[in-house]
Design a protein around this ligand. Sequence first.
Ligand SMILES: [Fe+2]
Length: 345
Amino acid sequence: MIFRQLFDPVSSTYTYLLASRTGGEALIIDPVLDRVDRYLTLLTELDLRLIKAVDTHVHADHVTGLGELRDRTRCITVMGEQSGVDVVSMRVGDGERVDVEGVSLKSIYTPGHTSDSYSFLMGDRVFTGDTLLIRGTGRTDFQNGNPRDQYASLFDRLLKLPEETLVFPAHDYKGDTVSTIGEEKAFNPRLQVSSIDEYVEIMNGLDLPNPKMMDVAVPANLVQGFNQHRDDIEPWSLEPATVIGEVDRGEAVLVDLRDDGERARHGAIARSVHAPYPHLAEHLAPGGLVAELARTSGRRIIFYCAFGERSAMATQAAHEAGLTGAAHLRGGLDAWKAADGPVVV
Ligand SMILES: [Fe+2]
């Protein structure tokens, strides 16, 4: 197991790099834009391929590295379904899994610090974002924060985990790196309350100044999506009606890039072939699933995913691999459903 806790001293953010083996797939949690070069160097040094970049919530104190990592590695960007970010590749709900090779995170919806806050459980450890900090909890006074929600997220969810569970937060301002659920239950001053009202009173009385970066970070973090209208992808971005027409006339074949969990939860477009995005390079190589599909069917490949981000990147990769007619469904299954496109479950 490769487990790296990386630190951004400007915002006191912890970023986590996870992989099951050298040479394998990697996942990163809460990357900071200014540290992206460092992450990429480390990925190269450890011979890892970044597959997913996850933010626990929309941050107010630093600009996320999600968009930059996606643009430089073509990784999948992941956030909770409540997030207001314009586009991320994959949105998860409570209880869903975020997987890469040999690593599986279980999402726990823990609103309160923000309305889109998630924690992620991985075996003996939990990544708590800004919900549970070491001897503290994340403030609840902006970004739809709510101390009542946070009390429930803490007492009904995180503190119900086994006491020995390791707690890895998104920040620490004192230099602590890790704690446990048992330790926080016993010694976190915010958790020594006898009622929800007492907790709310503490949180509402904090009277903290806004983070220095807030006016820059929040607007930047809300606009992270891959621009599906930019010049190099626009001609290959198809509207749902065009896709339906091409498929019905037997001119095109649809390729679904999403993970199994997304297909199970949201359904799929009928007659589409499943070729998960993390294995795209193999699928596009000579003899690979997508390359063979294009060659034997003589039809155009149209990729789709959840929101159009993975499929736009797959279209670029397909063109580079020589599948020059490949296109994608702009806006993904989300746009397809909005246009009343049929879905099979
Ligand atoms: Fe935060």
